[in-house]
Design a protein. Sequence first.
Length: 94
Amino acid sequence: MSAASAPPPSPPPSSPASPCLLREAQPGRSYRVLGVDGDDALAHRLVACGFWAGAVVERLQRAPFGDPLLFRVHGFRLALRGDEAARVRVVGAT
C-alpha cells in the first residue's frame, strides 16, 4: 500500500514568502507591494503615494494605540491608518 503524500505545509504568516496585508507587516522588515485592493479614490491615492506593484516598503513604527502606522516607501516616510494599510497587499522582500 502506498500512502498518499500530503501537500507541503503553507509557510507561517510571518514567513517572508507568504503574502499579507501591509497592516500586518512586522516593524523593521521590508516588503514588496503586490497590489492595492479596490478602484476608488483611496486606492488611487495609495498608488499615487508610491504603493504600486513591485515597490519596496519598510514598516517603521506604529502609534501607541495602534493607529497610524509609519512606513518608508521610495525614501520618504508615510503614515497610514490601519484601514488604509489593509488595502495594500505585500510579500516579504528578499
